[in-house]
Design a protein around this ligand. Structure first.
Ligand code: HEC
Length: 175
């Protein structure tokens, strides 16, 4: 008698689990097509990944000072990003930061995390409202006070820290 109660409970528990899992995992979602193939884009950190805290503004985000970070840019954003100030990105610009917890993880390509900035609308006035943000490869881009708040430090460079002048400075440091 007792045994069958346990079995029944077990079956209920198992089926609840299955039901929950299927609502979580189905349907499988692909990455947003605006950045799904970012690995084929221009990697602006080709010579040197970003590590440490070059701007002094990193806090604990983007895997912090120990992290190793690569930045990829799509064709729409490339010219502006690799150019010089003043920066104002066209609509459709997408910048992906791929970050690893350590140099060893970076070398092994282990457990990458992704943050993505998307310029949704263009305007002559630089504004955080032109940008949407995603905090993972399969995440969705939307407004984020967390992302735009800190990136506002780079407001005059259209909310992007890693640009031509920044990269030139980093390269000079490395040499
Ligand atoms: C506490 C500040 C801070 C927060 C919060 C933050 N970032 Fe950043 N982010 C930076 C800094 C500083 C860099 C510059 C490069 C570096 O130091 O590696 C950067 C770089 C980037 C880059 C590469 C292009 C660029 O702007 O240099 C992307 C993409 C990015 N962040 C997206 C995001 C997204 C998406 C979020 C929210 C999920 C976010 N960031 C939250 C500070 C921040």
């Amino acid at each position: 008698m007792k045994k069958s109660v346990f079995i029944t409970l077990g079956v209920i528990a198992a089926s609840t689990l299955v039901a929950n899992c299927s609502t979580i995992t189905a349907p499988f979602r692909d990455a947003d097509p605006r950045w799904a193939d970012f690995k084929t884009w221009t990697k602006v950190t080709e010579l040197e990944p970003s590590t440490g805290n070059p701007t002094g503004f990193l806090g604990g985000v983007h895997q912090g000072d120990e992290g190793y970070r690569d930045v990829y840019v799509n064709d729409i954003a490339k010219e502006v990003l690799l150019g010089g100030a003043p920066y104002n990105y066209p609509a459709g610009s997408v910048i992906v930061k791929e970050q690893f917890a350590s140099k060893a993880d970076w070398e092994a390509g282990r457990k990458p995390g992704h943050t993505i900035s998307v310029k949704a609308t263009a305007s002559d006035e630089l504004s955080k409202d032109n940008w949407v943000w995603a905090d993972s490869y399969k995440g969705s881009a939307g407004e984020s006070a967390f992302c735009s708040g800190c990136h506002s430090i780079a407001a005059k460079d259209d909310f992007v820290f890693t640009h031509g002048d920044f990269l030139a400075k980093e390269a000079a440091k490395a040499n």
